[in-house]
Design a protein around this ligand. Structure first.
Ligand code: C2E
Ligand code: CA
Ligand code: CA
Length: 561
């Protein structure tokens, strides 16, 4: 076999030297005694020494003793096994710059019989930084810098699947009213708010807890032990409720929290999160701004609710399972019926007659209240018109319906189609809904009022309205909530509160209707306090139109004639 030879190139060490000096990455060659026998220019630059200071010397000229011992152990291993090895480490050069480098050493056997080691150094600082950044992105939320869902699962796996079983708790936090802020004040303010809340969430976390943003306005605080779950939840609620100053705006939100604690029956991340979600749902349906702790009975309630939702969708195909009951509202001085309030019921094939408190919240959450609401309006108007009397019909309107931009138009079209005067339609909207309403919703009610439709403020006294809020929307009537009427004779200052509410109505120049009047004692006191209208079981219970006592309506009929 003939050897291919490159005459002249490697004849002398000099020519080899000039050859390797051209190579831009650091290369050096050592003999078995760890002496440098060849060092290229890039390696000399890297070590910050002249080539001549290195040739014939060892690592002891460059590094502290303990490092050198380690390098030499690796060198010896390489010579004895004949295998290439690689070592990654941080090196700080003389200027104080720390770089991440990989040194790859390979053995070379000389034809003359000697053993050498060739080392190539690569600088992987940038690569490792990029990798670390990618790892960061994979496990963190970009907007807030909190951990993300992937990180949450990773940590849950560690806590639940580790050798020592732990009992963490998941606090699933959902901001109340965030969507409104986002819609009203814009996404930039929304983003700021999310960041500000994230900071507050972190402040509620202990050093072994993990604060996570799942996306949107959903967060998790993963507590490494469940003991403090309730106390921490309270702190988060407080933190969410305190006003946020963002740019020019003062923003008030709140939070609902679902809490699930890991126990013996719940050792999987998905199950723990599912339980927290079920509990969150409970917290929201209890009126938000609170936390709920998961308990197994919540699962059953949830299933029943999902069944009800599916059945409602089917029932909305023809509305035949829905019916309206009507309850009269009378003048407190004359007893004359002035209006009839329509109250919807669902005659469910399996469950019988279902009260609105059970299915309206589901209809609102799913948006099904929109088609149902239009049907209620049309049917109520049709039935009251059929009486042939000049009586107003009161129809309850959910805030979800008001978010339909075409709501006012559709209401006007419906009554026009049924040839019903707008003055005889009264829409009841709760005080709480008005308190939370945005400008477009207030505008919708205003435009309906300008066309003659009346607006009543329902469940008055239970919300947080101040006079300033009340001035946002002109109304024709306020309905004093049942709880105040019920407290007559039971609570010492019940009279004073009702008197104040009636006076408020007087000062706004509108009627006041007392809801839930059940006893003669209540009726008398309400009359004395100046309440203009009464509604309640004492006068009549809600019934199908055909069953409304003829005497009640009959009296009105006579007066109408
Ligand atoms: P609401 O608008 O405050 O309706 C009055 C509720 O008080 C009715 O309950 C009525 O049956 C009840 N009530 C009337 N008088 C008395 C009384 O003397 N004592 C007591 N204890 N209760 C009395 P209902 O029909 O179960 O409706 C509950 C709520 O469901 C309503 O409260 C309203 O917020 C909602 N709702 C009912 N119908 C509709 C509807 O068609 N659309 C919408 N969006 N909500 C509706
Ligand atoms: Ca009502
Ligand atoms: Ca009411």
């Amino acid at each position: 076999m003939t050897h291919l030879s490159l005459p002249g190139i490697f004849d002398s060490v000099d020519s080899l030297q000039s050859f390797v000096d051209i190579i831009p990455c650091p290369i050096f060659v050592k003999d078995r005694q760890h002496r440098f026998v060849l060092v290229n220019q890039a390696a000399a630059d890297f070590f910050g020494m002249h080539q001549n200071e290195l040739l014939g010397h060892t690592d002891l000229n460059l590094f502290p003793k303990e490092h050198v011992a380690e390098y030499w152990m690796m060198d010896d291993l390489l010579f004895s096994t004949g295998e290439t090895n690689e070592n990654e480490e941080d090196l700080t050069d003389r200027a104080g710059n720390t770089r991440r480098i990989v040194t790859r050493k390979s053995p070379v056997k000389l034809s003359t019989g000697g053993d050498l080691l060739v080392a190539v150094i690569s600088d992987v600082t940038e690569i490792r930084q990029a990798e670390a950044h990618n790892r960061y992105l994979a496990f963190h939320d970009q907007l807030t810098g909190l951990a993300n869902r992937a990180m949450l699962y990773k940590r849950l796996d560690e806590l639940l699947g580790g050798p020592v079983p732990r009992h963490p708790a998941v606090l699933l936090v959902d901001l109340d009213r965030f969507k409104e802020v986002n819609d009203c004040l814009g996404h930039l303010v929304g983003d700021e708010l999310i960041r500000a809340f994230a900071d507050r969430l972190v402040a509620c976390a202990g050093s072994t807890d993990l604060a996570v943003r799942l996306g949107g306005d959903e967060f998790v605080l993963l507590l490494s032990t469940a003991d403090d779950a309730e106390a921490v939840s309270d702190r988060i609620l407080e933190a969410a409720h305190a006003p946020f100053s963002i740019g020019e705006s003062q923003v008030m939100i709140g939070a609902s929290i679902g809490v699930a604690k890991a126990d013996h029956g719940c050792e999987l991340p998905n199950e723990l999160l599912r339980r927290a979600d079920v509990a969150l749902y409970r917290a929201k349906s209890l009126g938000r701004n609170r936390f709920a702790l998961f308990s197994p009975d919540m699962d059953e309630g949830r299933q029943a609710r999902m069944d009800l939702e599916a059945e409602m969708r089917l029932a909305l195909a023809d509305f035949s399972q829905f019916e309206l009951h009507f309850q009269p509202q009378v003048r407190s001085d004359t007893g004359r019926v002035v209006a009839i309030e329509a109250l919807v019921r669902w005659r469910h094939p399996r469950l019988g007659l279902i009260a609105p408190s059970r299915f309206i919240p589901i209809a609102e959450e799913t948006g099904l209240i929109v088609p149902l609401g239009y049907w209620i309006l049309a049917d109520a108007v049709r039935q009251v018109k059929a009486l042939g009397l000049s009586i107003r019909v009161a129809v309850n309107v959910s805030p979800v319906q008001l978010r339909q931009t075409c709501f006012a138009e559709k209401v006007l079209q419906t009554i026009a189609r049924l040839d019903f005067p707008p003055e005889l339609l009264e829409l009841e909207i709760t005080e709480t809904a008005v308190f939370h309403a945005n400008k477009p919703e207030i505008d919708i009610l205003d435009s309906l009022r300008r066309r003659g439709v009346r607006v009543a403020l329902d469940d008055f006294g239970t919300g947080y309205s101040t006079l300033t809020h009340l001035r946002r929307l002109a109304v024709d009537k306020i309905k004093i909530d049942r709880t105040f009427v019920r407290s007559i004779g039971q609570m010492t200052d019940a009279d004073a509160i009702i008197r104040a509410l009636v006076q408020l109505g007087n000062s706004l120049g509108v009627d006041t209707t007392a809801e839930g009047v059940e006893t003669e004692e209540q009726r008398q006191l309400l009359c004395e306090l100046g309440c203009t209208e009464l509604q309640g079981f004492l006068i009549a219970r809600p019934t199908p139109m055909a069953e409304i006592e003829a005497s009640l309506i009959g009296e009105t009929r006579q007066r109408a004639l």
